[in-house]
Structures are given as C-alpha cells and as structure tokens.
Design a protein around this ligand. Sequence first.
Ligand SMILES: Cc1cc2nc3c(=O)[nH]c(=O)nc-3n(C[C@H](O)[C@H](O)[C@H](O)COP(=O)(O)O)c2cc1C
Length: 185
Amino acid sequence: MKKKLKKNNVLLAVSGGIAAYKSCYLTRLLVKSGFSVKVMMTEAATKFVSPLTFQTLSNNHVYLDMFELIKEESTQHISLSKWADICVIAPASANTISKIAQGICDNLLSTVVSALDLKTKVIIASAMNDCMWNNPLIQDNVKKLKRIKKYTILNPEKGQLACGSYGEGRMPEPETIFKKIKSFL
Ligand SMILES: Cc1cc2nc3c(=O)[nH]c(=O)nc-3n(C[C@H](O)[C@H](O)[C@H](O)COP(=O)(O)O)c2cc1C
C-alpha cells in the first residue's frame, strides 16, 4: 500500500452558532491553500448556513446524518474519522463542547469526533454568548477537554457579540484558526 506523505485532509465540523458563516471563509482559505476539506454539520448548524454553501466551497459532499445511505460507505462516521488528518470544530457550540467532553455520541459530529484516533488533533474554536462561556458547567467541560492532549481549545475572543452583549464569546477569526491548523500539519 502506498504511504501518504503529506497530511492534507481537514475535517471541518460545524455546530449551531451564528459564527458558522465565518467557517465558510475558513473553508475557502483551506481549499485555496491546497487542503482537502470535508465538512460535517449538526442539524442546528444547517439553520445558520446552507450545506450547499459548504458543498460548493469545499467541492465535496457535506455530511449531515449518520444514518444517511451513501453507496460506498456504510459506516460513514468511521470512514470520516479515518480520512481526517486533523479535525476542526468551528464554531464549537456550548452544547457540542459539552457533549464531546462527556463522551456523548448522539449525532454525526459527536460520533465522528469520538471515533478519531488519539493521534488526530482536534481544534475546538469556541463561540457562544459570554454568560454561556462563563457558566461553571460549560467551563468544567472545557477544562476536561484541555486536560486531554489531542484537544486544542481556542477560547472565544472578547468583543461585541451577535446577541448584543459585549464580552468573551466571539469565535476566533478564520485566519487565526487557519494558522493553528497549519501549525499542526
Ligand atoms: C440565533 C441563534 C444563535 C445561536 N448562537 C449560538 C452560539 O453562538 N453558540 C452556542 O453555543 N449556541 C448558540 N445557539 C444555540 C445553539 O444553536 C443550540 O444550543 C443548539 O442546540 C446547538 O446544537 P449543536 O451543538 O448540535 O449544533 C444559538 C441559537 C440561536 C437561535
């Protein structure tokens, strides 16, 4: 079997936050730089950005449903997790962060992330309302993930939030996430 030399496959996981629109630009940056990008979205994420947008930008099928029938892949959660050289969750909602920290696998995104091998890095670009971010339960889950080497948490940035308040909650800019991805590959 041929050995793959360059790590090039970026699995972008989009969860349900208003910052999902920024991940369209992140997809563009990655594709323009020669990375292969596959996108998976939670149901909530599809309320913010259409899967068609990611399909067009990534030039790949967008993965939404664990039980979707795809001809060549009967266990797409396993094939996606094996395909990925790195996984980036952007935006990472409070719900998705908490599910991953607790080992819950009840949708495609959380199942694929749990099925990634321990060497595959997962960058988590948090984005949420500042009160959600500062909620001790969410912070406990963030701390739990920070203790595991495979997870790199990008804290949300301070600024004006879409909900109107000012605080720590904005997803890091696509360029910042892009640089982080490149630093790992
Ligand atoms: C307009 C709107 C904006 C939202 N923005 C965020 C957000 O930035 N971060 C977040 O954690 N949740 C946000 N939510 C709530 C999530 O979409 C909700 O918790 C959802 O269950 C997340 O599901 P998921 O983690 O499966 O994508 C928002 C909801 C709405 C209606």
